[in-house]
Design a protein around this ligand. Structure first.
Ligand SMILES: NC(=O)c1ccc[n+]([C@@H]2O[C@H](COP(=O)([O-])OP(=O)(O)OC[C@H]3O[C@@H](n4cnc5c(N)ncnc54)[C@H](OP(=O)(O)O)[C@@H]3O)[C@@H](O)[C@H]2O)c1
Length: 278
């Protein structure tokens, strides 16, 4: 740490870094033409909306799915509709060898990797005292919340470092920051807190070659959104009085994936209709 004004004034070699070659026109900044984007959990819900956003903005996309092979047909129709390359890959993100192999495959198929969106996740929403250790392990490791994000980050990061560029976006949750109500789900909340802080820490670690940002959704109307038992409370707690529609999250991911956000790294953006305000 600099202790005196004189210390602070020391000129450090290589600083300031040059500005990036970002277009000045804002709409050009948002174009993803020529970029390659991987999205995990891309068959449905938030991940599919994000895949759609990327294709609409011109990116070539690799849509990763686990069990829902509707991703294959959806990739074909996005490709035809938006004149981009779109391919579906079956990947269980809790298997590190498959993750590593698939990332390499994407680079072989597409030539490079510009953006990796680690979006897959799952929840077994229960109080700790009713949760088995197997369910705990499944959330932390087997099914993607912690280990899955880490495996994707590790192997995508290797590619980013080798290329000298890259962009990682992690889907976390507002539950990383608040103790969500009315369901007690400490393990899910804590798994999301892990990946939020992990992402911020990577933003520093990868500062020479890649950006890393986090998206923290509130309730969105998907399979992982509010259940029938909790939905009334979600409406009451959310300032806007409803869940989000997945089309309302597309712009945020596009912003983070694009050159419109070249000065943004290590940020955690909450998109929750005001849920965390009160
Ligand atoms: N909806 C909300 O209210 C909300 C709020 C905060 C955060 N989130 C987060 O948003 C992300 C997307 O969720 P969503 O709401 O869009 O629900 P969703 O449609 O159920 O999406 C979850 C996705 O995760 C994938 N997945 C689960 N386990 C996997 C594994 N082992 N390997 C690979 N993929 C796996 C699923 O793939 P398959 O279907 O192919 O198996 C599915 O596409 C999750 O990380 C979730 O925690 C959602």
């Amino acid at each position: 740490m600099s202790m005196t004004l004189q210390d602070c004034a020391t000129v450090r070699e290589g600083f300031p870094r040059p500005f990036p070659n970002t277009p000045t026109n804002v709409l050009e900044q948002f174009s993803l033409r020529g970029k390659v984007v991987v999205i995990t959990g891309a068959a449905d819900g938030i991940g599919y909306a994000v895949a759609e956003a990327m294709a609409e903005a011109g990116a070539d996309i690799a849509m990763w799915y686990n069990s829902n092979d509707v991703a294959v047909a959806k990739a074909q129709s996005l490709s035809q509709e938006h004149n981009v390359k779109a391919t579906a890959y079956k990947v269980d993100v809790s298997d590190p060898d498959t993750v590593q192999r698939r990332i390499q495959e994407v680079v072989t198929d597409f030539g490079k990797l510009d953006v990796f969106i680690a979006n897959a996740g799952m929840a077994i929403s229960k109080p700790l005292l009713q949760q088995t250790l197997e369910e705990y392990r499944k959330q932390m490791s087997v099914n993607g919340n912690v280990d899955g994000v880490l495996y994707c980050a590790k192997h995508a990061g290797d590619i980013f470092q080798r290329q000298g560029f890259g962009n990682l976006i992690i889907t976390s949750s507002m539950s990383a920051q608040i103790v969500n109500v009315p369901v007690d789900q400490p393990v899910y909340n804590a798994s999301k807190a892990f990946i939020t802080h992990f992402g911020k820490s990577l933003a520093r670690e990868w500062r020479e070659f890649a950006r890393v940002n986090i998206v923290s959704p509130g309730f969105f109307d998907t399979k992982m959104g509010a259940s029938t038992e909790t939905v009334q409370e979600a409406y009451r707690m959310t300032v806007l009085g409803r869940q989000g529609h997945t089309k309302e999250i597309k712009g945020l991911y596009l912003y983070l994936a694009s050159d419109a956000s070249t000065y943004m790294t290590g940020s955690d953006v909450i998109i929750d209709g005001g849920y965390v305000l009160p």
